[in-house]
Design a protein around this ligand. Sequence first.
Ligand code: ZN
Length: 214
Amino acid sequence: MRTKGKLTLQVVAFCWHFTSLRYKFYIMQIKPPLVSYCEQVRNLPPDDPDRKHHDHVHGFAVKDDNELFGRLIMEINQAGLNWTLILKKEENFRRAFEGFDILKVAAYGEDDKSRLLADAGIIRNRRKVDAVIHNAGVIRGLQREYGSFSSWLDHHHPMGIDGWVRLFKKTFRFTGPEIVNEWLMSTGYLPGAHREDCPVYDKVIRSGPEWLKL
Ligand SMILES: [Zn+2]
């Protein structure tokens, strides 16, 4: 029995390791390392959507539940599309999803789905719209249980990307490894949003991102 148990453990450990490697490979393949975002925006004008996002949003600590949810909406909608396109539509998303109000979005029914799928200002993708509404309902549950979405995240922090990916997979819809990784870096739960020589790096540190509190 011991030998059998040991073998099972070895098989499980191998599968775990393989899955972990696969996620890392997947993340590396899909997008170039996020640190390149700093270089990518360096020569863009200050009012460029990517430059503004990089200088004032990306990697800064976020504590407001609706903003965290809004950022998740953006990441989910980016899947398979260009990030700049999503940034240009940010205000449209904010308007369409009523200021990213979790309570309101969680209550969306068929009329709201039809409205969203007819809104040319956002991404008209049924799976993404359904996932956003479903996830709003899940976040409402987390708010009831933990006090806030932010507290639920803090409860699990610190955790490596593999753990976060598994947690998000069993908790939410449409949150694959790339989306989870981007979202956690963007909201300050994982390091790596900016290069240390980026002019914005110190400002991000001063905002108190969670990854600093290990
Ligand atoms: Zn940067």
